[in-house]
Design a protein around this ligand. Structure first.
Ligand code: AMP
Length: 454
């Protein structure tokens, strides 16, 4: 089946063709006709399924079909809400790509950066606004945006928005929208909370459900290499150099570990940058852009910072340290082998991490094949030690209680990409989520289905 049969205009098809997409993905095949027909939609689809084009293409088609009436300060007609800045930026890039032959204007707004330029741009007229909820409300309170003419609302990754405690902000946004509008809700999982939200939001919705195209087992080649903790960096540098890996996403458990590893790799002559919640938005955007442009070879990330990153055809993911939560393994390796590409995921596992590996393999329901580089065999005399995560190691006792106020919720970046419980006190969670006794602890509510259908 080709895109031509879906009822999209020639200008949109041309832009899609330039992206190199040959045929629509299952979510696109199902969602595009529903949205074009004007129906509400409840879609179960994760990142990696092509969901963004699934809602963006028909949205553009609908807006451009009725364009032209308003000149000058155009009211915002479509609103796409996303949980994080990174996702907002990615959706914004996609909207730009797909609308390049249309005369529609789009704008991305999120917290953590100056609000004034966003206000200026809104004043110039915007058709499609991609926003995180907190910044959108700030703009609305300052009368910088009028939401009363919204025709189409998209809630993207609704489950993550609820996980992050955005439900009140979402309700406040909904209260500003006109009653008559089309609503599209995308979520990876359908918890009771999501269903409750959907019930209030959607009218007679079409429902679609698609499995992720690249499940952990299908398109990603996975390997484990046992190695002593002290020699992980050496092994990583060796493999990158020997096999001439150009684009490697490396995961560490902690922000401190990410910084340290990036520094060490740079010393080894391998260009690397770290990306995590303590980095400024500018630094994170720059690191990601450099990585995508191949000016740095290695991006070292924590789980939280990497969630939602879409880097096309990423060939290599390395688990420099295994995640405390087995589901995070599936999310991590989902960064590679996306869309049509295939990828390789390598886990460097030291003796302390054997239990984490067992938990992951239990989740995957299979053993990950082992590989061994000659000269890097683990020293059998080294005994396992408890895993000490960053904050406990530095004796800071976590960030609990810092961000419980509403202002903490509003700045929708990686710093806040944590459930509300974590931000309102309690145990340290987020980028280093286990207590310091080596026992992995499931501290987040499950966001996605585990491997197999994740
Ligand atoms: P998404 O699930 O929207 O985050 O998309 C995941 C990736 O799939 C992105 O890199 C898209 O550019 C890519 N993609 C979307 N639609 C298609 C398609 N029809 N064919 C190939 N790749 C696609």
């Amino acid at each position: 089946m080709s895109f031509d049969t879906l009822g999209l205009s020639a200008d949109i098809l041309r832009a899609v063709e330039e992206q190199g997409y040959r045929e629509p993905t299952p979510v696109q095949r199902q969602a595009i006709p529903v949205v074009l027909a004007g129906r509400d939609l409840m879609a179960s689809a994760q990142t990696g399924t092509g969901k963004t084009a699934g809602f963006t293409l028909p949205l553009l088609q609908k807006l451009s079909a009725n364009a032209g009436a308003a000149k000058g300060r155009r009211p915002v007609r479509a609103l796409i809400l996303t949980p994080t800045r990174e996702l907002a930026a990615q959706v914004g890039d996609n909207v730009q790509d797909y609308s390049k032959y249309l005369s529609l204007r789009s704008l991305v707004v999120f917290g953590g950066v100056s609000i004034n330029p966003q206000m200026m741009k809104l004043r110039g007229g915007v058709d499609i606004l991609i926003a995180t909820p907190g910044r959108l409300l700030d703009l609305e309170h300052q009368n910088a945006v009028d939401l009363s003419k919204i025709e189409i609302l998209v809630l993207d990754e609704a489950d993550r928005m609820l996980d992050m405690g955005f439900i009140h902000d979402i309700r406040r946004v909904l209260a500003k929208l006109p009653a008559k509008r089309q609503n599209l809700l995308f979520s990876a999982t359908f918890s009771d909370d999501i269903r409750a939200l959907a019930e209030k939001l959607l009218h007679n919705p079409a429902q679609i459900e698609v499995a992720r195209r690249n499940t952990a087992s299908e398109q990603v080649t996975q390997h484990v290499h046992f190695v002593d903790k002290k020699r992980k960096r050496e092994l990583l540098s060796y493999l990158i150099g020997r096999d001439n890996w150009r684009q490697v996403l490396v995961f560490t458990r902690t922000k401190h570990g990410a910084n340290h590893l990036a520094e060490q790799l740079n010393k080894d002559g391998i260009t690397a940058a770290a990306i995590h919640g303590n980095k400024s938005q500018g630094a994170r955007t720059r690191a990601l852009a450099d990585f995508k442009a191949n000016t740095i070879r290695v991006l070292v990330a924590t789980d939280i910072a990497a969630r939602g990153l879409d880097i096309e055809e990423l060939p290599h993911v390395v688990n420099y340290e295994l995640p405390n939560v087995p589901e995070d393994y599936v999310h991590r390796i989902g960064r590679t082998g996306r869309a049509a590409a295939t990828g390789e995921a390598l886990s460097l596992v030291c003796v302390d991490e054997h239990k984490l590996l067992r938990d992951i393999e239990r989740l995957l329901k299979r053993e990950i094949p082992r590989i061994a580089e000659h000269g890097f065999d683990p020293d059998p005399s080294i005994k396992a030690e408890p895993i000490v995560n960053g904050r406990q190691a530095r004796g800071q006792g976590g960030r609990g209680g810092q961000g419980g106020a509403r202002s903490g919720n509003r700045d929708a970046g990686a710093r806040n990409d944590r459930p509300r419980a974590a931000r309102q006190g309690g145990r340290p969670q987020g980028d280093s989520a286990a207590p310091g006794n080596g026992q992995p602890r499931r501290s987040r509510p499950p966001r996605r289905k585990p491997a197999g259908n994740a």
